[in-house]
Design a binder for this molecule. Sequence first.
Ligand code: ACM
Ligand code: ZN
Length: 721
Amino acid sequence: MKPLLISIILLFVQVSVWADQVVNIIPQPLSVVKGESSFVVNSRTSLVFDKELEEVADYLLEYLPLDTKKQRKNNALRLKLDKELGKEEYKLTIHKKGIEIRGGDYGGVFNGIQSLLQILPPEVYAKHAEFPVEVPCVEIKDAPQYTYRGFLLDVARTFQPVDEVKRVLDYMAYCKLNKLHFHLVDSPGWRMEVKKYPHLAELGGYRGGDSPLHPIYGSFFQKYGGYYTQDQLREIVAYAAQRNIEVIPEIDMPGHSKSIGTVHPDIRCNYTPDTSYTNGMDLRDVWCVAKESNYQLIEDIVKEMVEIFPSEYIHIGGDEVSFKWWKECPDCQQLMKEKGLENAAQLEQYFINRVTDMLAKYTKKSMVWDEAVDGGLLPTTTMVTGWRGVKQCLQTTEQGYPTIIMPSSVFYLDKRQSPHEKGHSSRQGLSLQTICDFTFEDAGFSDAQRKNIAGIEGAFWSEIYLSNISPEGRFSDYLEYMLFPRLFGVSEVAWSKSRRSYEEMLQVLQGSFYDRLSALNATFRLASPVVKVEEGKIIASVEDGSKLYYKDIRTDQECEYREPLDAALAPYVTFQSRLMSGRSAEIGLPEYYTYLNPECTATSSLPFRENRSLDRCITYKGDATSTRAAKAGDWVEFKFKEVLDASYIKIITGYKHLFRRLIYNGHIEVSYDGQTFEEVGKLSNGLFVLRPQKGIHALRIVSDGISDAEEYVIIQPLEIK
Ligand code: ACM
Ligand code: ZN
């Protein structure tokens, strides 16, 4: 065939696909006016840009390799600064002869580019766009509702390598989110290199093995962790800046400080705590407020931070401080008397105010979690991240604090998306719909309170991340499952003045965003299959065209679902659907979540709390909580009244949704005769699944070492089928 003919055919194919498309941008722009005609981007299209826009042009070229050698008048994509437009505002025009993106600033042009990428075929996200591409003529005028559109990434609980952080920054950029709240330091890990105190990261960045920090949240038998060198942090800051994202680092203080407390014990209060119930572990996680040397140490750290992070704010924490540790400290108590501080909340505020004043010396402002405002002594110039609930956000905006709205019930993307899937507990599940349905009107914000809303932030805390890193080593799979599609919801709340409904959002996602996520090889969550029993058969279905699979938990074998299954399988099967890079949760029928409750007794070498005794377990009401940590030789025994015939018994120590407060080093013993016990296997992450071949009289959980770095362990009722 002649080349010209091939071109004409190719063009024809593209026309049918791309010129007729509905222009659907997430987040919803202010206005989109589609024209009649179209423009063809080809490999000769010039990229023409203002000098100040070189970085953003480089970004665009990664996705769309345009010609930068020739500056054509027609057949050009132009990037321009336009002083008539506001910060981050943009105007994107596609006309018959070219494309123009005007922005009020760098961010405006960047936002316009993001909208353009969403008009181009999904392959641009895989960075192999094929030319020519025909795009519809359109004029988009757009500006953000909030200047702060954030996402919190917790790298303290689960360390995430630089490339993973960059991946998150890319996702944020696609969603026009512009602040990375980088949770760098917390009890489970210190992730920032401090040159003056190298041991903070070199020791405090790792848990387990020979690290002084005890394991928690998984990886119990291996040293696990990492930290960012200052060069790597600069690399992250630069990568973010190119994507119109500012990195706001957080050092969580004065609580959440076990990591630094363990590797730099000087920060702790000056007394010896009772460690008789913690296997000798000093679990104090607060800075002593009364030690002057602590403020010098913080200033040394701050001095290095301000050299790395150009952000206006530094987040200094202030959440969930365990006041109990200060009550025992003679120095903290003395300080309270001297300064006339009425309670521990005010003692915390004394600390926060000192650090805030120190930051001011380096022209930085402080951000704090909403608890830090409770004592009443913080100036209203302090930026608050409101996480505990809508109620607290209403309070802080009423009190005059600029507040980033991020109540955990709506914006914590580590929470599970429906009741029976992985993630942090959330009774009904925190779904895309939860986010789309959130409105300031319904939440009760007055006009005056709304004036103090400084922005919106989604968050991913990583307690449950480490245990979900896929065996293939695909680090971000679980994170992506939790982000998509919910991050689009956060983006829409943060950006759009006029928002889509949940139903509209779902339609747009299914219409064109699943393709884009697949081009990125990003996992996304599909709605769970609908499963029911009718006329002796289990019937499963999906509405999104995805493929269905089922798994028998007795054998762990998976098959494609092609026809209804026998209802007798109901207690043993889970269903999952998959489509492109998306997948649903694995869910069962109600029968799957129903267990046998055989009569039994429970005894233990561990003492249990009165209101959380083992009785709760054997009456199948809930978990039991010990009053001390477990050590080698501790045991819990369940003895059945009648010989138990079961095909599946799941033994769970710790929380059900989270590998914490568990016996990680232990084994299971079973008695088949009521006299002798034999070992049947080791606990893995506090769990064991027993598939008995004969009747059993009793079983025991036996600890072979210390429990995780907590003051107590939790024992769940047995799950028996
Ligand atoms: C928080 O979730 N403790 C801020
Ligand atoms: Zn103290």
